[in-house]
Design a protein around this ligand. Sequence first.
Ligand code: ADP
Ligand code: CA
Length: 433
Amino acid sequence: MVKGESRAASGEPKVSEQDGQPERLLLLVPTTSYRVGDFLKAADRLGAVVTVGANQKQVLEEYAESRTVTLDFKDIAKGTKQIVAFASAHPLKAIVSTDEETTLLAAKAAAALGLAHNAPHSVEAALNKHRFRTLLEKAHLPCPWFKLFSLNHDPARAAREVSYPCVLKPVALSASRGVIRADDAHAFVAAFQRITRLLNEIEAPPESTVAHDILVEGYIPGIEVALEGLLEAGQLNVLALFDKPDPLEGPFFEETIYVTPSRLPRSAQDEIREATMRAVEALGLCDGPIHAELRLSDEGPVVIELAARSIGGLCARSLRFGAGLSLEELILRHAMGLPIESMEREKSPAGVMMIPIPHAGILREVNGVIDARAVTGAVDVTIMIPTGQRIVPLPEGDRYLGFIFARAETPEAVEACLREAHRRLDFVIEPEP
Ligand code: ADP
Ligand code: CA
């Protein structure tokens, strides 16, 4: 019998042959995660026994022993010890990180327990924009010029040490937070100061010695795509290639529309796959999901970012594989060593729009959701921020107002549907007192 079949058939947790213990999955879920529900649903469909590892004590922890465990996500060495201790009482089959914040802890704990994992230094390189660029350059891969500045560097002096246009970015943040384009020295100084303020306001990301550095790199013109992949023993399976039809030219780089399949010619798609694979090799990633962003420059694709995680927000809901598997199910099946019948995305073109925050203020009303959902092709419209909350746009903000999902006959129709649904939404944002 193929591994996993019995469980799928009976719905009962599978019991490993060796020790009579159920095969347990540890899900590392930051409190800020959008995705805990989707991952738990996926785990449930697999019939896996799940423990949720969180950085805040869960209300039910005392009552639901072994179903949740509090872990230190900031102090990775401590978090690793906590996971190893938990695993000695509750053997783990796999550790899966739902979000970027916990990829390093997952890799280190998996290494300590002898489970399949990416090398921690590879995951660290994916988390650190400067180390990432350094590795690409060392591997002679296409890469813009780049230069690292610490926050105590004089911005006016730094402005004379770079060329234009360029992009400034905090080394250790994500989701385009603090990423700003500068076309001249004046814009550079303003961007540098703005990022400095942002970094001084927020907590340093876990185990980051470089939380306070700014990477500056050459601006690469060209359209942008995102590749969703799953690594199996270093081999890249392309799960989806998304076009990003809205221009991303700065000064801030707000993500909006993602549409798959890509409308690019086959040859360009092959080059994108190749470039991603070479970046994966340069970092030494080998296992689990990746999310890559590339720009198509005149000389071919340039990898802007390679993350050792799956697509963020609720965007994964735009994807279905084989007989209807979610991306989360695919990731969990891979992690648990269960067979995956097909990694082929469904035939229908699909897309998602991350609804950007137009300006700062207090979100007072959200109107037009029913009208937006009524657009032909619109699958769902999900608003993520409750009214009454303060909202902050990029480059400082780190959330979206919500997500619009669409399916249609063609990628063009998916894009048109997302735009029309967005047009029907009306957000009443009151200036802050
Ligand atoms: P993050 O990890 O915070 O998402 P990225 O490095 O992915 O930061 O940058 C965010 C966005 O900024 C990219 O998706 C891209 O649109 C734009 N960007 C970043 N670096 C460059 C660059 N060198 N040239 C052109 N655009 C860039
Ligand atoms: Ca990015």
